[in-house]
Design a binder for this molecule. Structure first.
Ligand SMILES: Cc1ncc(COP(=O)(O)O)c(C=O)c1O
Length: 452
C-alpha cells in the first residue's frame, strides 16, 4: 500500500522542545537595550515577559521539557500529520519524493498555536492577567486569542492596518475567541500617534504594531507582551514540528536531502529545520536546508547582518539580525506574515555560519505554486506557505532534470481558508510582483543604530 499520511499516536508526541543553541559552534551576539546599547539582563526583559520565558531565551540546555498542561492542549491537534505528496509528485512527473508536515490542522490554522499555548501557559503561571501582541496576517493574533481563551487571559491585538482591511474574517476569529483587535497604527498609543501624525494614511507594518503592543505591556502592571516569532523561545516552541517529522520520516523509512520552510520572522522555518540542523551539527546526517522569503521583504537575501531595532519606535530590544531597517514598510503583498523587517537572530546567525541557504520568491509565482499544490493535494496553503511550496516544487523539478530521486521535506505551515480574497485577486489578475530594489534597501538601512 502506498501510504499517504504518516500519523503518530498522541503518546508519541514529543515530551521536550529542542534548543539548537546547545549544538551550535558559537552563539548569536546578545540582545542590547534599545536606549543604552548595553547587553540586556533578565531584569530588563521582566516588564515584558514572564521569567520562565526569559530563562528559555538564554538557555543552553539541549532539551527543555514541555509542561504537561501544554502537552494536554497540544493534543487537541498534535501530533500533526506528515503527508507524502504522491499526487503532486505525479503531477510534476518527478523522481523526487516530496513530504510535507501539515500545521494547518491547528485550531487557528497554522503553526502559531505551538508557541501561543506555551506563552499563555507561562504567563498564567506567573499571575499575568492580560497579553498584548501584534499580528500581521492575523494568524498569530488568532493563535494567541485562542490560547488566551483557554487560560482565561485577556488578549489585545494590534493588527497591521493593511491586513485589518484585507482580512476581516481573521479579525472576526480573534474576536470570536474573545480578543480585542485594534488597527495599527492606532491613536491608542504614543507610538501609533507619532506614526499617524507623520503618515496619516500609513497602512502599518509589523514593526509599528510591535511598538504599540510593547508600549501597552510596559505601561501596565497586569499586562505582558507576547511575540509570535523572532525570539529564541518562540523558535524553541516550534521545534515540536521538526521533532515529530523526524519520527514520522523514520516510520516512512526516509530521511530528507532537502528541508524547506518559508521565513517571516523565522519561527516555522526554525520549527521544521532546527532538529535536522542539530543532527547535521552532531555529525549524524547531512542535509540541505532552504529558507524562502518574499522578494518584497528580502531580509535574508538583501538585508545586512547588523544590530537593529526590533520595532519602529525603538521600544523593543536591539538584536543582531539580517535586517532591512526598522523603518521599512513593505508593499502590501498578501503574505502578510512574511512582512517583518528582520529575521530571527538564531536563523540569521545560522545563515552566517553557512548552515542554511536562502532564496527570495515573487508573489505571483508563489500563488501559482499554491494553486498547483491545491489542485493535486487538495489543501489550499496560506500565502506564506506558498513560498515553501514554490521552492519544494522547484527542487522536485531540479531532481527531474538531474534524474535524481532526492527526498524533499517542507513545512506546510498553514491553510489559506481566510486568504480566499487573495486567491480570487490572483486569479482575476489583480496582483502584481513587488521587488524591493537594492537602492530602496540602502535607504531603509541608513537609519540603522551604530553599534560596534
Ligand atoms: C501561515 C504563516 N506562515 C508563516 C508566517 C511567518 O512567520 P514565521 O516566519 O515566524 O513562521 C506567518 C506569520 O504570521 C504565518 O501566519
Amino acid at each position: 500500500m502506498d501510504t499517504v499520511k504518516y500519523l503518530l499516536t498522541e503518546d508519541r508526541m514529543p515530551t521536550s522542545w529542542y534548543n539548537v543553541a546547545a549544538d551550535l559552534p558559537s552563539l548569536p551576539p546578545p540582545p542590547l537595550h534599545p536606549a543604552t546599547g548595553q547587553p540586556l539582563g533578565p531584569g530588563d526583559l521582566a516588564p515584558l515577559f514572564p521569567m520562565a520565558l526569559i530563562m528559555q531565551e538564554v538557555s543552553a540546555e539541549r532539551r527543555i521539557d514541555i509542561p504537561d498542561e501544554v502537552r494536554a492542549i497540544y493534543r487537541q491537534w498534535r501530533p500533526t500529520p506528515l503527508f507524502r505528496a504522491r499526487r503532486l509528485e505525479a503531477a510534476l512527473d518527478t523522481p523526487a519524493k516530496i513530504y510535507y508536515k501539515y500545521e494547518g490542522v491547528s485550531p487557528a490554522g497554522s503553526h502559531k498555536p505551538n508557541t501561543a499555548v506555551a506563552q499563555a501557559y507561562y504567563n498564567k503561571q506567573e499571575g499575568v492577567k492580560r497579553l498584548s501582541t501584534e499580528t500581521g496576517a492575523g494568524q498569530w493574533g488568532s493563535s494567541l486569542a485562542f490560547a488566551g481563551a483557554l487560560f482565561g487571559l485577556e488578549v489585545e491585538v494590534f493588527m497591521v492596518k493593511v491586513s485589518y482591511n484585507q482580512k476581516p474574517y481573521r479579525r472576526g476569529l480573534m474576536e470570536a475567541y474573545g480578543a480585542r483587535v485594534v488597527a495599527s497604527p492606532s491613536p491608542a498609543t504614543a507610538a501609533g500617534r507619532a506614526i499617524l501624525a507623520e503618515h496619516p494614511d500609513s497602512t502599518g507594518s509589523l514593526g509599528i504594531a510591535i511598538s504599540e503592543a510593547v508600549e501597552v505591556a510596559a505601561q501596565r502592571d497586569d499586562t505582558k507582551y507576547a511575540l509570535g516569532s523572532v525570539l529564541n523561545h518562540v523558535l524553541l516552541h516550534q521545534t515540536v514540528i521538526g521533532e515529530e517529522a523526524l519520527a514520522q520520516l523514520e516510520m516512512a523509512g526516509d530521511y530528507p536531502d532537502v528541508v524547506v520552510g518559508c521565513t517571516g520572522g523565522g519561527s516555522n522555518f526554525a520549527g521544521i529545520a532546527f532538529p535536522f540542523i542539530g543532527a547535521k551539527l552532531r555529525g549524524e546526517r547531512e542535509v540541505r536546508i532552504v529558507a524562502v522569503e518574499p522578494e518584497a521583504c528580502p531580509s535574508l537575501t538583501k538585508g545586512i547582518y547588523a544590530y537593529d531595532y526590533g520595532d519602529t519606535a525603538h521600544l523593543a530590544p536591539m538584536v543582531k539580525m539580517h535586517t532591512l531597517g526598522s523603518t521599512f514598510v513593505p508593499a502590501g503583498i498578501h503574505a502578510g506574515g512574511l512582512r517583518y523587517h528582520g529575521m530571527a537572530p538564531l536563523v540569521s546567525h545560522i545563515h552566517q555560519l553557512g548552515l542554511i541557504e536562502a532564496r527570495a520568491e515573487a508573489q505571483l509565482g508563489c500563488f501559482a505554486a499554491g494553486l498547483q499544490f491545491a489542485r493535486a493535494e487538495g489543501i489550499l496553503p496560506a500565502p506564506e506557505a506558498n513560498h515553501a511550496v514554490k521552492a519544494a516544487i522547484d527542487e522536485a523539478l531540479r531532481c527531474k532534470q538531474e534524474g535524481k530521486s532526492e527526498t524533499i521535506l517542507f513545512n506546510l505551515c498553514g491553510h489559506g481558508h481566510f486568504d480566499l480574497q487573495a486567491y480570487m485577486d490572483y486569479q482575476a489578475g489583480r496582483l502584481v510582483d513587488h521587488e524591493y530594489s537594492r537602492e530602496e534597501v540602502a535607504m531603509a538601512l541608513a537609519g540603522l543604530p551604530s553599534v560596534g
